[in-house]
Design a protein around this ligand. Structure first.
Ligand code: FAD
Length: 305
């Protein structure tokens, strides 16, 4: 019931204005989302790269319910990539794209064409794209589109979610030479039939996937704020003879920022996932309502460094 209320609130433009315009809650939102416009993303990217970090920029739009909206998202990414390139922030900055935003629930063929246009713009800007992974009903379609994109844009990155029972097998499939793979725990509320439910099971799956990716020939990208899993990742990289430029660590903008800089200072490639856009409030609230663990992540980041 509470979750339904929170989700309904996240779709209220009036409530969004009240929250974002308030000095206190507005500051909280801006800690995770620097602003609504491309200029805000460019400014935040410049600050991060100036501290030795690399970045993946994500455009937060409204839910895409028409093909016109999907085209507008595609155009926004093309403009974003041009702006990042003009500001000489590529290749340190790449972009992350949710296929649902470019039409996945409406028309797969059009989605592939939109994603292809974004990959082409990224290539022109001297950088690349990673396809975010959404809920499990989209996994097969996302991996199929990824396979198509990689024929022309081989550096396009995949995301796998350790909470899904299928993910070890996906890691084996995706660990070939040249394949960039982001491993995360997973952020959606998924049923037991497809996903591990306990923290311990998810963590154990994450470690098994780290082993597969580090042993393989691809480029692992470990997206977690979990100090234990980061230490295991660093240890596994050493075990498999990978140097610091043969894998990377990733965290969300605003979450453990001091630790992000410390890891970069220690010589690791640390990539910050930077969301910007008009849907900042909806993004935060939906992420919080999705799973109790997400609520804990944001709450901790307000008090911890
Ligand atoms: P958690 O399980 O939240 O926390 C584990 C431990 O980490 C905690 O016990 C604590 O010790 C430490 N910790 C966590 N947060 C903090 C904090 N703020 N301060 C101090 N210590 C803390 N999900 C998807 O489903 N699809 C995607 O495409 C996707 N992309 C992502 C990209 C990036 C770069 C990142 C970082 C996450 C992404 N996620 C994605 C979200 C991910 O799946 C998890 O939901 C999210 O990262 C929380 O899991 P966690 O591993 O970071 O740690």
């Amino acid at each position: 019931m509470l979750r339904k209320l929170i989700l309904a609130a996240s779709r209220s433009p009036r409530l969004e204005r009240v929250i974002v315009d308030s000095p206190v809650s507005g500051d909280v939102v801006r800690r995770y989302v620097p602003g609504p416009a491309i200029d805000d993303a460019v400014r935040a990217t410049r600050d991060l790269t100036g501290s030795g970090l690399t970045v993946t920029v994500d455009n937060l739009g409204e839910d895409t319910t028409t093909l016109e909206q999907a085209t507008a998202v595609r155009d926004e990414y093309v403009a974003l990539l041009r702006a990042l390139s003009a500001a000489e922030l590529t290749p340190a900055a790449e972009v992350s794209v949710k296929l649902s935003a470019v039409g996945q629930r409406l028309d797969e063929k059009q989605t592939l064409e939109n994603a292809r246009a974004i990959c082409a713009a990224a290539t022109e800007a001297g950088t690349t794209v990673t396809l975010d992974m959404e809920d499990h009903t989209t996994t097969d379609s996302t991996l199929e589109i990824l396979g198509e994109l990689r024929k022309d844009f081989p550096t396009t990155g995949a995301v796998v979610q350790a909470y899904l029972r299928r993910t070890e097998a996906d890691c084996r499939e995706l660990s070939a030479a040249g394949s960039r793979v982001r491993l995360c725990k997973g952020a959606y509320a998924e049923p037991e039939s497809v996903a591990y439910q306990s923290r311990l099971e998810v963590d154990k799956s994450f470690v098994r996937c780290v082993n597969i990716l580090m042993a393989g020939d691809g480029y692992p990208m470990l997206a977690t704020h979990d100090p234990r899993l980061i230490a295991i990742g660093q240890d596994r990289a050493r075990w498999f003879g990978r140097s610091a430029d043969q894998f990377e660590l990733q965290m969300l903008y605003g979450v453990r920022p001091a630790e992000q800089r410390r890891l970069a200072h220690d010589g690791y490639t640390m990539r910050v996932y930077l969301p910007y856009g008009t849907e900042s409030f909806g993004y935060l609230v939906r992420r919080l309502a999705e799973r109790p663990a997400n609520m804990a992540l944001f709450a901790r980041s307000l008090v911890a460094r």
